[in-house]
Design a protein around this ligand. Structure first.
Ligand SMILES: Cc1cc2nc3c(=O)[nH]c(=O)nc-3n(C[C@H](O)[C@H](O)[C@H](O)COP(=O)(O)OP(=O)(O)OC[C@H]3O[C@@H](n4cnc5c(N)ncnc54)[C@H](O)[C@@H]3O)c2cc1C
Length: 383
């Protein structure tokens, strides 16, 4: 019997392998990963600088220990170059592996900003542990960091860097940070909370070029203004890794398209985590990937099982203005009812019948998130 092969060693892959081993201790499992296979918690990457954590300190388990824990073969620093869905093979640089079932847990790539200038190579992004190591090394003697993008990850890094003592500038094209998730009052509170920490906002502007200027970098903005800085961090979004799958005839939209059983259009090939689009939902967060991993583990061990998504609020790790948000999965004609108190904002997204469809909470109000989440409809109901 050929092994089940999982491509990737991020949280999705390792959670799946752990869940699978709870149900099946016999079937051979092979994990192929382009990175070093150490297990770490990716959400820690945007809170680690203020705690002065070295990359090694973010590792939860070394690859040797993962091999033992999961009773799995783990091939590290190995890129899967192609999938042959007919022969049930994956092609590495120097080896071909045959699988019984294949799981794609490929993650997502940071979107690179379109920039002119002679210093575009100096623009970094942080999406894994080795990125974090590179970024940390780049700012070790820096005082200033410019962040491109005031979304969730950009705001978390801004908070972390400012707390660590850096002078932070954020460039964001919209009038408010996190404008797609938050009503204006909550977004304003986040903006002001970070500003109070010393973060300088450049809203409704975009970076167009990054150039060297002596030892400094100059970020030029589309209104003619510029920022002098020591390092530039891009946080303008993530794009699910779909190319490997598409080259093998697997359907992709925004992510690799899978049904409720996490199966692609090719029987025996599944996708989970940041690379997956589950019935139209691309949710690049920890709770969805855990729900997927639990369901897929049962399917792989012989009982086809559908994933269910309850409402899954996201906590934005910005202590300067704590935020919890449950964005409605299908925006409709509902409206925000916003209650602003001195110690926090409670914004409820309700339809005409008073049904709660989403919420955004700041400050002390974030304590209500569990109670409110129970009132929300599921994103994908149990089948
Ligand atoms: C800074 C930051 C903070 C975050 N904070 C939060 C948070 O607070 N809460 C939350 O819910 N979510 C958070 N997230 C999102 C969450 O961390 C991700 O959803 C999750 O870690 C994705 O895991 P994954 O396994 O799908 O992808 P990844 O961790 O990206 O893993 C992908 C794996 O696939 C491998 N791979 C890719 N292509 C190939 C190939 N061709 N061959 C071999 N291997 C390959 C890679 O090497 C890697 O091992 C955060 C994300 C970031 C970047």
């Amino acid at each position: 019997m050929h092994p089940i092969i999982i491509i990737g060693s991020g949280m999705a892959a390792y959670t799946l392998a752990r869940e699978f081993r709870k149900l099946d201790k016999e079937t051979a499992l092979t994990i192929v990963t382009a990175d070093d296979g150490d297990a770490y918690s990716k959400p820690m990457l945007s809170t680690a600088l203020a705690q002065n954590k070295a990359p090694d300190q973010l590792v939860n388990a070394r690859v040797e220990s993962m091999r033992e824990q999961l009773d799995a073969q783990i091939l590290t620093h190995r890129q899967v170059l192609a999938i042959d869905a007919t022969a049930k093979q994956v092609q590495l640089q120097d080896q071909t592996l045959v699988y019984s079932q294949l799981v794609l847990a490929l993650g997502a790539d940071p979107v690179r900003p379109q920039l002119a200038g002679d210093a575009t190579d100096a623009v970094l992004s942080v999406n894994d542990l080795s990125d974090y190591a590179r970024f940390r090394a780049a700012i070790v003697n820096a005082k200033r960091v410019a962040i491109l993008g005031g979304g969730l990850i950009g705001c978390e890094f801004a908070n972390d860097l400012a707390t660590a003592g850096y002078q932070v500038d954020i460039v964001h094209p919209q009038a408010y940070p996190l404008e797609r998730l938050l009503p204006e009052a909550a977004a304003t509170a986040l903006r002001d909370g970070l500003a109070k920490l010393g973060v300088t906002w450049h809203l409704q502007r975009m970076a167009v070029a990054v150039d060297h200027h002596g030892d400094n970098l100059i970020v030029s903005l589309n209104d003619g203004s510029s920022i002098e800085t020591d390092a530039v961090l891009s946080a303008i979004g993530l794009r699910p890794r779909t190319q490997l799958a598409q080259n093998a005839g697997i359907h992709a939209g925004r992510g690799i398209r899978v049904n409720r059983q996490l199966q692609t259009n090719v029987p025996g090939i599944y996708a989970i985590g940041d690379c997956a689009e589950v019935e139209g939902h691309v949710l690049p967060y920890v709770l969805p990937l855990m729900a997927q991993a639990r369901a897929l583990a049962v399917t792989l061990s012989g009982t086809p099982t559908s994933v269910a998504y309850p409402a899954m609020p996201v906590v934005v790790k910005t202590p300067a203005c704590p935020i919890a948000v449950a964005a409605p999965s299908v925006p409709d004609s509902a409206t925000w009812a916003v209650d602003c108190q001195e110690d926090g904002i409670c914004a409820l997204y309700q339809d005409a019948n008073g049904q709660l469809l989403g919420f955004a909470l700041t400050g002390k109000a974030t304590q209500q998130r569990q109670t409110l989440a129970k009132q929300l409809p599921p994103i994908l109901a149990m089948q």
